[in-house]
Design a binder for this molecule. Structure first.
Ligand code: MN
Ligand code: MN
Ligand code: MN
Length: 290
């Protein structure tokens, strides 16, 4: 029997984002701009999760804006079984000694890496790389992109691509790995400071399924609470796969865009929560009715 036209129930879309970057680390938008972008898009809950620092979040929080609601966040790099892994911390207390010590430790590791990159470039005939790259970085965390920009500005290379292809990219002398802490250490910084540890973008590490499951087991054993099941433009199959892994290990799920800038194949700020209604989501700590 055919039914008459029926009005679809209106679905209220709730957007949240538990993984974004500001220019305090390697994002294109200042913390203020990122907050404004999230507000324009109607994001209800936002975590600014800059790499290894919380100053971007703190700058945004200092604005005291009513919307979006900010969740304190960070994204720590660490090592597990020879693989560099990222762990997002949500709801951390930025003033807690454990977290402050962690942030200081990461800054020291990045500083040491920057020094090594500069020394390497000097040996290759480019003096003044460290102050040069620092001037390019300004308030942002110093990294390889700033060295690349400096090489271009100095006329040593014609483009950023050439800077990476010849000097800084994978396998090149300036591709110096920072000495990151172990997975369980960064999870402890997060949980000791009252936060929730989330394994970021689990598919980005390009592990076999078996090794991914070993990583998730180690993460859970260290006190990790959740898997990030959305990131950038993952396919629905990938999301479902990660949801199953989370379920198998009795972990919660988290969602985020990993927004850095407007770029092809990148997701904008804000992830629709509705497909995840009823899931064991980390967001339930901050949203009552989801
Ligand atoms: Mn990044
Ligand atoms: Mn990451
Ligand atoms: Mn990220």
């Amino acid at each position: 029997m055919r039914r008459g036209l029926r009005r679809e129930p209106s679905v209220k879309i709730v957007l949240i984002d538990f993984h974004t970057h500001s220019s305090a680390s390697d994002g294109a938008l200042s913390p203020e701009e990122l907050l404004a972008r999230a507000r324009e898009r109607g994001v209800a809950l936002l975590a600014i999760t800059d790499h290894d620092l919380v100053s971007g979040y703190q700058r945004a929080a200092a604005l005291g804006a009513a919307s979006p609601r900010l969740v304190p966040g960070v994204e720590f790099s660490c090592v597990w079984s020879g693989v560099t892994v990222h762990v997002v911390g949500l709801g951390i207390d930025c003033a807690h000694p454990a977290l402050r010590a962690g942030v200081a430790r990461m800054a020291a590791a990045r500083e040491e890496r920057a020094l090594k990159i500069a020394t390497c470039l000097e040996k290759r005939g480019f003096p003044g790389a460290l102050p040069g790259a620092r001037a390019v970085a300004g308030d942002s965390q110093l990294g390889r992109p700033h060295f690349a920009r400096w090489l271009v500005d100095q006329g040593h290379v014609a483009s950023l691509n050439e800077a990476f292809d010849r000097h800084l990219g994978q396998g090149k002398p300036g591709d110096i790995k920072a000495f990151w802490p172990a997975l369980d250490e960064v999870v402890a910084w997060i949980t000791d400071s009252g936060g929730v540890a989330v394994l970021a973008h689990p598919l980005k590490y390009r592990l076999t399924n078996m090794k991914l499951r070993r990583l998730v087991a180690a993460f859970a054993a260290a006190g990790g609470a959740a898997l990030e099941v959305t990131s950038g433009r993952q396919t629905p199959d990938q999301v479902r796969h990660l949801e199953r892994v989370a379920q198998d290990f009795e972990l919660e799920v988290s969602i985020g865009s990993d927004f850095h800038s407007d770029a092809p194949y990148a997701a904008d700020v804000g992830v629709d929560l509705s497909p995840f209604a009823g899931r064991r989501g980390v967001w339930r700590r901050w949203l009552d009715d989801h």
